[in-house]
Write a protein that binds this ligand. Structure first.
Ligand code: RNT
Ligand code: ZN
Length: 426
């Protein structure tokens, strides 16, 4: 039997098994194909960016670890690497760009960035059928070295970062307008303190003022969706983070922005899956930064963990697909970076597929009847349903490699492209 026939037969058997449970596998695949994941550009170069300056990743409370060869050195290389990754991921997706990936002829400081500095990215996104999302870059910059940006007591510094936020919103709106799909423009700042601060109040009041100034101009929501991202702690901000969860939850509700929940930004036993239905009781939309923290906000590559499946289940069960923007946020410099994108994104999609194939009606019926025995029994039986056969068939139909076959493409690309890259001083 040919491999294609085997995949088709396995799918047919799976389809029938799901039908027995009242689940339509064809329509699950249809919904899945319309669910975009926003691929973060920063996995491709260890959160480096292409500004014409000597600043590396610093002053940011985040860290890429590892020295795997082949990271992208230029925007063209990053785009080529992304194209390779996208060719191995089923479905149509989005690009999530950071402001520090601007392409300016001369050095342009962050408060003077304009949409034209992202023209090549926008053209590339259009050519590849991708929507775009955007992020202000409030780290890896001399004016972020003090550990405070939008909440700085230094009025010059605070004002500089407000201006950065303002230009980023204009850039995000231009991306949304050009591509005909709203650009979720996310703001995360590293502000905080390594040791115990005396004044927790002042920086938060200044941050609120800065955000009010940044968001003062009303923008067309068909082009731009503002998001603010909270955090628990960072490297060098262990004792105090200005933009905490409570801070931004309050801000987002009051100002009708999106709230960005990063799965690595909470206590290790706290889960974002449980937060979705809470925050969406009060907010219209949210952004997710799907990451995998290992002991801390380590930004490991996303895997098909129980929590990832739970996160996807909550989105699908709640009927939240339209209101939850799914972005990825991991950066591993210790493995092939194209493979990292492919692994993490395929896992996110798999988790969504599993959720879309869940016989939720049956589970709800048991729950509504107070039959916790049946609920637990069914939840456990669901774990061995043949979703793998549906996943393989979905990949085949979307014209991307089935199962581990994608790794061959990455290896070939590594031999022919990424492994040939050399770096000044190395
Ligand atoms: C940092 C935040 C932030 C960054 C990216 C690069 O803790 O998660 O989202 O990872 O903006
Ligand atoms: Zn994040």
């Amino acid at each position: 039997m040919t491999r294609t026939k085997r995949i088709e037969n396995a799918y047919e058997a799976a389809r029938q098994r799901y039908a027995e449970l009242g689940v339509d596998a064809d329509s699950a695949m249809e919904t899945l194909s319309k669910t975009a994941i926003s691929l973060h550009c920063w996995q491709g170069d260890d959160v480096g960016g292409f500004e014409k300056s000597e600043e590396g990743l610093s002053g940011g409370g985040i860290m890429a670890t590892g020295a795997y060869p082949g990271k992208a050195r230029t925007a063209d290389e990053l785009r080529a690497d992304l194209e390779k990754a996208l060719s191995l991921i089923p479905g149509s997706h989005r690009l999530n760009l950071h402001a520090m990936y601007a392409e300016a002829k001369e050095k342009v400081d962050r408060n003077e960035l304009e949409p034209e500095h992202f023209a090549a990215w926008i053209d590339w996104a259009r050519a590849n059928g991708l929507g775009m999302d955007f992020n202000g870059t409030f780290f890896s910059h001399p004016k972020a070295q003090s550990g405070f940006t939008l909440s700085s007591a230094d009025e010059g510094i605070r004002r500089f970062w407000v201006e950065h936020g303002i230009v980023c919103r204009k850039i995000g709106a231009a991306m949304g307008r050009e591509l005909g799909t709203p650009c979720v423009t996310n703001m995360w700042i590293p502000d905080g303190s390594k040791d115990i601060p005396v004044d927790r109040k002042g920086p938060r009041q200044r941050l609120r003022k800065s955000l009010d100034e940044m968001f003062a101009e009303k923008m067309d929501r068909n082009c731009l969706l503002d998001a603010v991202e909270s955090k628990l702690f960072g490297i060098g901000s262990e004792c105090y983070v200005v933009g905490s969860h409570e801070f931004y939850l309050g801000y987002a509700i009051e100002n009708k922005t999106l709230l960005c929940l990063d799965t690595g930004h909470f206590h290790p036993t706290e889960v974002v899956s449980d937060k979705i239905s809470s925050v969406l009781t009060f907010l219209d939309e949210i952004l997710l930064h799907v990451s995998r923290g290992v002991r801390w906000d380590s930004d490991h590559v996303v895997i098909l963990s129980d929590e990832l499946k739970e996160l996807a289940a909550e989105i699908v069960r709640g009927g939240y697909l339209e209101r939850v923007h799914i972005g990825l946020d991991f950066f591993d410099a210790s493995i092939n970076r194209v493979a990292a994108w492919v692994i993490g994104t395929r896992c996110m999609i798999k988790a969504l597929l599993i959720a879309m194939l869940e016989p939720t009606q049956n589970l709800r019926r048991a729950e509504d009847a107070g039959d916790c025995t049946a609920r637990l029994a069914m939840l456990e039986e669901n774990k061995t349903l043949p979703f793998g056969a549906v996943w393989d068939y979905y990949c085949a139909r979307q014209d991307v490699p089935v199962a581990e076959n994608w790794l061959r493409d990455v290896r070939q690309y590594e031999t022919e492209v990424t492994s040939l890259r050399t770096y000044a001083g190395k």
